[in-house]
Design a protein around this ligand. Sequence first.
Ligand code: FES
Length: 174
Amino acid sequence: MTLHSHTPKNQDSSTKHVSRAAHFKMLDVILKRHQYRQDALIEILHQVQDLFGYLETDLLRYIAQCLRLPLSRVYGVATFYHLFSLAPRGTHRCVVCTGTACYVKGAAALLTTVEQFAHIHAGETTPDHCLSVSTTRCPGTCGLAPIVVFDDQVCGYQTPNSVRDRLKPLLKQT
Ligand code: FES
């Protein structure tokens, strides 16, 4: 199942379109990996939130459709567990992949770099709501490992230095 027909709201550039389409492609990878199993709903929600930063209504609706579950059930689970967020977090998002391929290529060092540079831990947002940091487990771009997703951009072959360089403008540092 793919989402090529999905039409994002407020789509304002071809770049954003490609990036969002890439994200939805990763969402399809997550759903497929779990074989669209209804009993994998919580794990799927975790991974989708890791990928997108929060669980917007469009995502919940799409997941419900793919798992053949009532939207009310998916929404109920997403609102029951405090680990899930239905609202945006920081203005910017930094998502470090800690899947196997990325892990063996230095994901732990990347995550440590991000956490130390932003002075927050994974799952947290900076006090000024500028940046949210999270982790994900293999969105399906292992060929680029180790990857970090900055906002809508999947960045491959990352190093601690490249991560710091990308975080500077996001944190408004010079
Ligand atoms: S393990 Fe990181 S993209 Fe697959």
